[in-house]
Design a protein around this ligand. Structure first.
Ligand SMILES: Cc1cc2nc3c(=O)[nH]c(=O)nc-3n(C[C@H](O)[C@H](O)[C@H](O)COP(=O)(O)O)c2cc1C
Length: 168
């Protein structure tokens, strides 16, 4: 399996979208270990607080290929070699704001490590869809964490980072 080597001036970015905080928690755990920068992806129009309203909207957006505008801007994306990309599993794929992010920025030549939180569906098509959007990036083995167990996921996170060569 490919490994990450963060040596010399190589820099990591942890970038994620989280509607209810599960993916944010995992992002923070990763950032604590790998360092670098951490950025939360925020759409211009936030998704509804209501779960059913969000699932309906997300389904419509998935079917139409809609990519919501983001208010998040990442400066100097070129300065990062390793990008940890986090998303909840939405209808078996990555959330639409993450699709926007991956489409808007040039991540060619970069190494991407995906992490996903889910409600029982696991990784599903998330990594495959990241590979489709990031054809010229190296996409590593992803981490899938049950959303409700994120606070207990520290050992899964550190084991995954250790396998990627990022933690001792
Ligand atoms: C629009 C929507 C669609 C979802 N679809 C799935 C799914 O297909 N499979 C699954 O396991 N969980 C699904 N979930 C549950 C989320 O993946 C899970 O709660 C996740 O941890 C939420 O992350 P967050 O707190 O970072 O937003 C869905 C949640 C939402 C809001």
């Amino acid at each position: 399996m490919s490994k990450i080597q963060l040596t010399g001036s190589a820099k990591a970015l942890v970038v994620y979208y989280s509607r209810t905080g599960n993916t944010r928690e995992i992002a923070k755990q990763i950032h604590k270990i790998v360092g670098g920068d951490i950025v939360e992806i925020q759409p211009v129009n936030p998704y509804p607080d209501d779960y059913n309203a969000t699932t309906k909207q997300a389904k419509r957006e998935l079917n139409s290929g809609f990519k919501p505008a983001l208010k998040t801007r990442v400066e100097n994306i070129g300065s990062y070699d390793f990008i940890f990309v986090g998303s909840p599993n939405w209808w078996s794929t990555i959330a639409a704001p993450v699709k926007t992010f991956l489409s808007e920025y040039d991540l060619s030549g970069k190494t991407i490590a995906p992490f996903i939180t889910h409600g029982g569906g696991g990784m599903a098509r998330c990594v495959d869809d990241i590979k489709i959007l990031c054809k010229d990036s190296t996409v590593l083995e992803g981490l899938a964490v049950w959303g409700e167990s994120q606070s207990a996921a520290q050992s899964e996170v550190s084991e995954w980072l250790r396998k990627l060569g990022m933690a001792g």
